[in-house]
Design a protein. Structure first.
Lengths: 114, 115
């Protein structure tokens, strides 16, 4: 079953706007929540990540908001740029398996219109 | 100075053939992974390897076998290829197991097409 649910499937935003992608999980053992960015023909690249002991993490124009009680987290991209057009994946993992396997969401294809 | 590299980038083959995909990381990481990305871009873990030992095999057909000659390499062998094996396969690595570091670094992917 899908361990991490992600929405929306696709998103179109005007340049300068805010892009918001949401994810939800059920497994309370998850303790690391990264976001990956993937350009066509490339591998996913780590963008930003958060642990459940904080509610927000910001790096440049990218912010993760985390709601532990609701088991939800989201990625906000401020001042979205055409270069941000890519597929974004949320993910979650824990150390119970001893391997930090990443469970990915289904991805959001972001298009930023100039 | 590519961190995680995979060869080949593209692989086209016929059903029933046996093929291999190679992965190398020069990051000094302890753990390596194989992921499969299907046509809908869904990413799913296949294998995790730490210090040349298999940790996780996520319900993958035994036609798929990972082989790690050393800590820097994790190759994926696929026997008796099927149409449904067509996908993009990503290798990844991470520094260590446990809470200390979860960051995984992905290779560029190998697009496998089975005809």
């Amino acid at each position: 079953q899908q361990q991490v649910k992600q929405s929306p499937q696709s998103l179109i935003v005007q340049k300068g706007g805010i892009s918001i992608i949401n994810c939800a999980y059920e497994n309370t053992a998850f303790d690391y929540f990264p976001w990956y960015q993937q350009f066509p023909g490339k591998g996913p690249a780590l963008l930003i990540a958060i642990r459940p002991d904080v509610s927000e993490k910001k790096e440049g124009r990218f912010t993760i908001s985390f709601n532990k009680s609701a088991k939800q987290f989201s990625l906000h991209i401020m001042d979205s740029q055409p270069g941000d057009s890519a597929t974004y994946f949320c993910a979650a993992t824990d150390d119970q398996t001893g391997a930090n396997n990443l469970f990915f969401g289904t991805g959001t294809r972001l298009t930023v219109i100039p | 100075d590519t961190a995680v590299s995979q060869t080949p980038k593209y692989l086209v083959t016929q059903m029933g053939n046996d093929k291999s995909i190679k992965c190398e990381q020069n990051l000094g990481h302890d753990t390596m992974y194989w992921y499969k990305q299907d046509s809908k871009k869904f990413l799913k873990i296949m294998f995790s390897y730490n210090n040349k030992e298999l940790i996780i095999n996520e319900t993958v057909p035994n036609r798929f076998s990972p082989k790690s000659p050393d800590k820097a390499h994790l190759n994926l062998h696929i026997n008796s290829l099927e149409l449904g094996d067509s996908a993009v396969y990503f290798c990844a690595s991470s520094p260590k197991i446990g809470r200390a570091s979860y960051e995984q670094y992905f290779g560029p992917g190998t697009r496998l097409t089975v005809t």
